[in-house]
Design a binder for this molecule. Structure first.
Ligand code: GMT
Length: 373
């Protein structure tokens, strides 16, 4: 098939899922066209069957805000006509679903049928989409997509709760490519923990929803009981407040801000426990990626996290803000080798349920189903 993909090309989970999915389909012989303002961070632009179409936004003094949606819509139309796209997969409803639907409408006037598959990823529903500034357009986009998927049962339920959706939402969970997250590469632990300390890792786009303050508070409690290092991977507005809190709590020397890492597996490989105390999390892709490497996860029980992190099996879950309890869980894992081994093995086994080879074909079936709708 000739597949078009719209996504945010950034480090966030929705862009990663879109990119990994597109590269998977390209490896299977499909022609995959990414249409966005920058190359997705994980995209191997030189891979066979991968095409990248840059969306250029024309600046004009009259515009307070450049009309990206218009430029994206036009680029989808041009790309669909030139490359005979058969489906367009919009990852993250805002603004991708809206642009995709309008492009599909324009193409209809050219006698071209281009079905739109929209995947709801999380904050497009739970935070941004709910905002009155966007709600009507997001609701319209979902209802006029040919097929709508959500990355968890929890997100499906929240979508129906916050929007007037007449369509069936298909749950297609996040996935992980075990070829990437099980590579036999040396752990570069020396670089992060010179005295062999245990390593706790947090990976995110460091926005308020990730509760970085809790990450630091949890680590400070753990550090009181044992030598340990905290790796903070990613970048975002909450990074500096977290750095200040680490100083206030006297743990600066043991908190390493790694920055954005494209190959997060190399960090996960060195990790002992992944920490994800989010306020909201529709799935928690990074938790799945850690589990695929056999790493236990301590997280909150918000949103879709309980659908991937099983309490007492693949890790431990607590209510949002319960930093004492999450610190206790981390300490239990780091101080009990038998518990750690059992949870690590269970995490790996559970992650296998979300193997890309099991999940990606579900999207392909939906693409093919959309052709005949
Ligand atoms: O995690 C983020 O905040 C980035 C966000 C995004 O919009 O890209 O990720 C969302 O999509 C991921 C892939 O489907 C999910 O695993 C994340 O849980 C979800 N983030 C939230 O719901 C906060």
């Amino acid at each position: 098939m000739n597949i078009g993909i719209l996504c945010h090309p950034t480090y966030g989970g929705s862009g990663v899922v879109a990119t990994e999915l597109g590269m998977y389909f390209a490896s299977k012989g499909h022609k995959v066209h990414f249409i966005t303002y920058a190359q997705p961070v994980r995209l191997d632009i030189l891979a066979e069957n991968i095409y990248y179409h840059e969306v250029k936004v024309h600046e004009y003094p009259l515009f307070e805000f450049p009309p990206y949606e218009l430029a994206l819509t036009s680029k989808v139309v041009q790309t669909a006509l030139k490359w005979k796209l058969e489906v367009i997969h919009a990852h993250y409803a805002i603004p991708h679903a809206y642009s995709a639907i309008n492009a599909s409408r324009i193409l209809k006037e050219h006698g071209v049928h281009l079905p739109v598959i929209t995947t709801l990823h999380g904050t497009d529903i739970t935070i941004v989409g709910r905002n009155p500034a966007y709600h009507a357009a997001v609701n319209y986009s979902i209802n006029h997509s040919d097929i709508v998927t959500a990355v968890s049962q929890s997100l499906k339920e929240e979508s129906y709760q916050h929007f007037s959706i007449a369509k069936e939402i298909v749950v297609v969970p996040n996935f992980v490519n075990f070829d990437e997250f099980n590579r036999d590469i040396p752990c570069i632990k020396k670089q992060f923990a010179p005295e062999g300390q245990k390593i706790i890792t947090h990976i995110s786009n460091m926005r308020p929803v990730k509760r970085l303050g809790d990450v630091i508070e949890i680590f400070a409690r753990v550090r009181k009981h044992m030598p340990a290092r905290l790796l903070m991977v990613g970048d975002g507005p909450e990074k500096e407040p977290a750095r200040i809190l680490a100083k206030d709590l006297g743990v600066t020397d043991d908190v390493i801000f790694v920055g954005n890492a494209v190959d997060i597996y190399r960090v996960i490989k060195c990790t002992d426990v992944l920490l994800l105390p989010s306020e909201k999390e529709s799935f928690g892709l990074v938790a799945l990626e850690a589990m695929a490497a056999g790493k236990p996860v301590v997280s909150t029980n918000t949103g879709g996290l309980p659908e991937v992190n099983i309490h007492g099996e693949t890790g431990f879950l607590a209510n949002v803000g319960e930093v004492d309890k999450m610190a206790h869980y981390v300490l239990n894992l780091l101080n009990d080798p038998n518990l750690y081994k059992r949870v690590s093995e269970s995490a790996f086994a559970n992650a296998k349920k979300f193997d890309i080879n099991k999940i990606a074909p579900i999207y392909l079936e939906l693409y093919q189903e959309s052709l005949v709708r």
